[in-house]
Write a protein that binds this ligand. Structure first.
Ligand SMILES: [Zn+2]
Length: 104
């Protein structure tokens, strides 16, 4: 399709913005990119969060369309946000993750 980068390139770009889920830090994010579609999708199989993205020569915007099962991100629903926004949020997830205490 004219104007749209390849599926491989799109996946590469998305995986940089979504190294893991920005809500639950789960690493196996499902990236659903099809060359013939206008919009592609990202799904976290752990918490159920779902995004829709507009891809042309690059990933233009990423919009949250479903929150996690515990409603994380409800204030961000249906907003077109940059990939940088989501990347920063993913890093914040790791930095603020509650690690079970294990002092033995
Ligand atoms: Zn998640």
């Amino acid at each position: 399709m004219l104007g749209k980068i390849s599926e491989k390139e799109a996946r590469l770009q998305v995986s940089k913005s979504f190294p893991w889920c920005p809500f639950c830090c789960f690493e196996n994010i499902k990236i659903d990119v099809q060359p013939e579609r206008d919009h592609d999708f990202i799904l976290c199989e752990n918490c159920g969060a779902k995004w829709e993205m507009a891809i042309q020569e690059k990933v233009k915007s990423i919009k949250l369309t479903a929150t996690s099962i515990d409603w994380k991100g409800k204030e961000l629903l249906e907003k077109n946000l940059t990939s940088k926004f989501w990347r920063d949020k993913a890093w914040l997830c790791i930095l603020t993750r509650k690690v079970p205490e294990n002092h033995s």
